[in-house]
Write a protein that binds this ligand. Structure first.
Ligand SMILES: CC(=O)/C=C/C=C(C)/C=C/C1=C(C)CCCC1(C)C
Ligand SMILES: CC(/C=C/C=O)=C\C=C\C=O
Ligand code: FE2
Length: 556
């Protein structure tokens, strides 16, 4: 199957095909037949074919109903083909200063032959690239060649344990073997489908929650370069899907399921060696809380202990439980621990109200007039301590939207962690959740404000009724106001903020998102970070599946 990018006649200022496809990786597709193809679909009227499709290796053929089709939202359907690259026609104007690449990772292939995966988080990783240069935009996407993906493609069956999927066993012996492999980590997936980060030394790594699922990619070609091997002997099988990464720092948390707690580690740019800063022992039981992400401040690492905890029994089960590998333990309570980056000492550890979050937004230190830290403020996308959001992210639920308002409420949960020895912290809403339709997830901030007092965050909110966050929202946390962008029936991905070089205002920059629209199509959207108005969009050759998290790789 071939596919094309196209441009509206009259607005296209680019050559008739793009040199991005000149390498042997790309095979040109005859324009005549491709044009004829489009003509059949009634699309050639005002379109000029400008780009070429890449060489296509066949995907495991999906059942018709789950393949991205025309005419309806394709956010929850598998990617149409393994890879594509081409220049897009831009409507509006991309700022000339925006030079670099936005990479977005996410689970984009949710079936093997006739077998459909259950959960959004199970899909094989699809990496999408938006390369901006002098107002022009080249898009590419490609599957990450993890061992899990390659094995599934080769044998047409699931070979590794994914978020909710477990390989089927032919007999009892192979079941026992799989359990042994679970403890060694051999049967865990390396499907790096959650996020992508640029390390301080320039390497680009795709990540998931299994440590073995750390995969180095080339941001220009999207080639899978190989496994990121941690050279230390810390061991462990899982880590936070979202390390904190800056040009100088890399921090992450390694949950300890045997002796419930978290190792807090850092890794210097240019090395593969994680070094222990300190350890947090859990205050509740029976195991550590799920830690998908965590925040830092200038001097501290904030370790959340969520009452939604890893569950060893559920890990062993072949069939998914309502909360997958986790269990809700309200009796075990929720805690926030604060560790000093420099010494590894725990400087505060407070009980907080029950909470459920995937994503922390940011954190900062509150100081008195003498500059002494009096409290830590830590903000997250908080699901009103309701775990049902995990079930809402099952593909069956995402695909069967009936028009009812079924997305559970969420808010910007603000933890206030006092430094006065008090045993309790507070959890409040940082702004009235009605400002963003009581939907809240997939956040970003201006990275220059990481760990510092900040005013703005960008996230997905809700225009109800809906079954998934369907707006882009700019949150003003000083004023308690939100400004929302909405395209009826569309699903936008994470709004990602890129600051204008030399900017002095926090919101001086652009916000990039990728939209799956109600007609089965998709486009890249660029909003002004300050006004939150659209400044440009560029249509994709076909709609892309929903994606999770991205990073910015500035032009060298
Ligand atoms: C996509 C996303 O946000 C989360 C992905 C999480 C994954 C793949 C978790 C995998 C796991 C296993 C395969 C077994 C061990 C527990 C756990 C880390 C949940
Ligand atoms: C997409 C999502 C939650 C949406 C809820 O409103 C969570 C994604 C988590 C992993 O990155
Ligand atoms: Fe995430």
């Amino acid at each position: 199957m071939a596919s094309l990018a196209f441009s509206a006649t009259g607005t296209n200022v680019f050559p008739s095909y793009m040199t991005v496809s000149d390498s042997p990786r790309h095979a040109r597709v005859g324009c005549t037949s491709a044009k004829a193809d489009l003509k059949k679909k009634g699309k050639t009227r005002d379109l000029t074919i400008t780009n070429v499709a890449t060489e296509l290796r066949p995907l495991v053929s999906p059942p018709a109903k789950e393949v991205a089709g025309e005419g309806k939202l394709v956010a929850w359907t598998s990617i149409q083909q393994e890879r594509w690259e081409g220049e897009l026609v831009v409507e509006g104007e991309i700022p000339q200063w925006l030079n670099g690449t936005y990479l977005r990772n996410g689970p984009g292939l949710w079936h093997l032959g006739d077998y459909n995966f259950r959960h959004l988080f199970d899909g094989y990783a699809t990496l999408v690239r938006l390369h901006f240069e002098n107002g022009r935009l080249v898009m590419g996407h490609r599957q990450i060649e993890s061992e899990a993906y390659k094995a599934a493609k080769k044998s047409n069956k699931l070979c590794y344990r994914e978020f909710s999927e477990v390989p089927k066993h032919d007999n009892f012996l192979s079941y026992i073997g799989d359990l042994a492999n679970l403890f060694s980590g051999a049967s865990l997936t390396d499907n790096a489908n959650t996020g992508v980060v640029k390390l301080g030394d320039g390497r680009v790594v795709c990540l998931t929650e299994t440590i073995k699922g750390s995969i180095v990619v080339d941001p220009d070609t999207l080639d899978t370069l190989g496994k990121f091997d941690y050279s230390d002997s810390l061991g462990g099988l899982i880590h936070s899907a979202h390390p904190i990464v800056t040009d100088k720092e890399f921090f992450t948390l390694l949950p300890d399921l045997v002796n419930p707690g978290y190792l807090v580690v850092k890794m210097e740019p240019g090395t593969n060696e994680r070094k222990v800063i300190g350890r947090v022992s859990c205050r509740g039981g029976p195991s550590p809380g799920w830690v998908h992400s965590f925040p830092i401040t200038e001097h501290y690492i904030i370790v959340p202990e969520m009452p939604l905890r890893y569950c060893a029994q559920n890990l062993l089960k072949a069939e998914p439980t309502p909360l997958y590998k986790f269990e809700w333990h309200p009796d075990s309570k929720g805690f926030i621990h604060v560790m000093c980056k420099a010494s590894g000492n725990i400087v505060a550890s407070v009980e907080v109200p029950l909470f459920v979050t995937f994503h922390f937004i940011n954190a900062y230190e509150e100081k008195d007039e003498d500059g002494r830290v009096t409290a830590i403020i830590a903000d997250c996308c908080e699901h009103n301590s309701d775990t049902t959001i995990l079930d809402k992210l099952r593909l069956e639920n995402l695909r069967s939207y009936s028009g009812d308002d079924v997305l559970p409420d969420a808010r910007v949960g603000r933890f206030i962690i006092p430094f006065n020895g008090s045993p309790n912290g507070k959890l409040v809403a940082a702004l009235n959740p009605d400002e963003h339709g009581r939907g809240m997830d997939m956040c970003s901030i201006n990275p220059a404000f990481l760990g510092k007092k900040y005013r703005y965050a960008y996230a997905c909110g809700a225009e109800r009724p809906c079954n998934f966050p369907n707006t882009l929202t700019k949150l003003d946390l000083f004023e308690g106001k939100a400004k929302n962008w909405y395209d009826e029936g569309a699903v936008p991905s994470e709004p990602f903020f890129v600051a204008r070089p030399g900017a002095t205002e926090e919101d001086d920059g652009v916000v990039i998102s990728m939209i799956s629209d109600k007609n089965g199509e998709g486009y890249a959207l660029i909003l002004d970070g300050s006004s939150f108005e659209e400044i440009a969009r560029a249509k994709f050759p076909y709609g892309l599946p929903y994606g999770l998290h991205g990073c910015w790789v500035p032009k060298k």
